[in-house]
Design a protein around this ligand. Structure first.
Ligand code: KIV
Length: 276
């Protein structure tokens, strides 16, 4: 067993997440794609650290999640593993890592657990992926479902709130039930009207983790770079569902500009940064 795998044994478990929800406490999940962010998120006491495929936009500069590959996910999951000592570490299954056939999907989920040392995988989709979820759970891979706005389907659904029509809401309820039935231990519900999210949450016997789905979910997830304001200026952030708790990009920009000014003005390095 590797050093980080030994640490992972002490991670928050799916059972602990469900027990927390059963006690009526809210579940927290945040993204991380690198070691220092994982250390910060883990130290903040968040329950689940997610290496989301939002990696594509937030870290790699892609315009959607679609180009993210298994290699890229694994590279970042390994870094986040090294920084996650306590929280449950979940890894997204990227586009085309689970849609081609079930055996390939099991192999790829297994790589995220075996090579990346994640504790769970997250999969987008409802009824269509339920048989895969059941198979993964059967072989010991905990799964978080993901319904509502599923960014890997952006070319079909766009970036808009889901479940606004009765037909769509019924489909989402069926999806959530299918995932629960298949053994998902929690379900992310993204961009849904708050009343529908509340209805779903009340109907399920597994916790829902909302993003842009209002306060009635069993817990909340955000993309960390959105809540710390890391991508300001390049079109990132600014979504209605995000609360920006700090504007880190302004702090960083000021520091970088000051460095440039000090070097150009002969102020850095000073005596205290120099050796005799
Ligand atoms: O990829 C991601 O970061 C996600 C969260 C937004 C839930 O799926």
């Amino acid at each position: 067993m590797t050093y980080s795998a030994k640490k992972a044994v002490r991670s928050v478990t799916p059972g602990a997440i469900q027990a927390k929800w059963q006690r009526g406490e809210k579940i927290t999940m945040l993204t991380a794609y690198d070691y220092p962010t994982a250390r910060l998120v883990d130290s903040a006491g968040v329950d689940i650290v997610l290496v989301g495929d939002s990696l594509g936009m937030e870290e790699l500069g892609y315009s959607t999640t679609l180009p993210v590959s298994m290699q890229e996910m694994l590279h970042h999951v390994k870094a986040v593993r090294r920084g996650t000592l306590r929280a449950l570490l979940a890894a997204d299954m990227p586009f085309l890592s689970y849609q081609i056939n079930e055996d390939e999907a099991v192999r790829n989920a297994g790589r995220l657990i075996q090579e990346g040392e994640a504790n769970a995988v997250k999969i987008e989709g409802g009824t269509a992926v339920a048989p895969l979820v059941r198979r993964l759970v059967t072989i010991g891979i905990p799964v978080i479902g993901h319904i509502g706005l599923t960014p890997q389907s952006v070319n079909v659904m766009g970036w808009r709130v889901q479940g606004r029509t009765e037909e769509d809401a019924d489909r989402l309820k069926a999806d959530a039930e299918a995932l629960q039935e298949a053994g998902a231990f929690a379900i992310v519900i993204e961009l849904m009207p708050k009343m529908l999210a509340g209805e779903l949450t009340n109907a399920l016997s597994v916790p829902t983790i909302g993003i842009g789905s209002g306060p009635l979910c069993s817990g909340q997830v955000l993309v960390t770079s959105d809540l710390i304001g890391l991508r300001q200026g390049d079109g990132g952030g600014g979504y209605r569902h995000v609360k920006k708790y700090v504007d880190v990009s302004a702090v960083i920009s000021d520091a970088l500009a000051e460095f440039r000014r000090e070097v150009e003005g002969g102020l850095f390095p000073g005596d205290e940064q120099s050796f005799d």
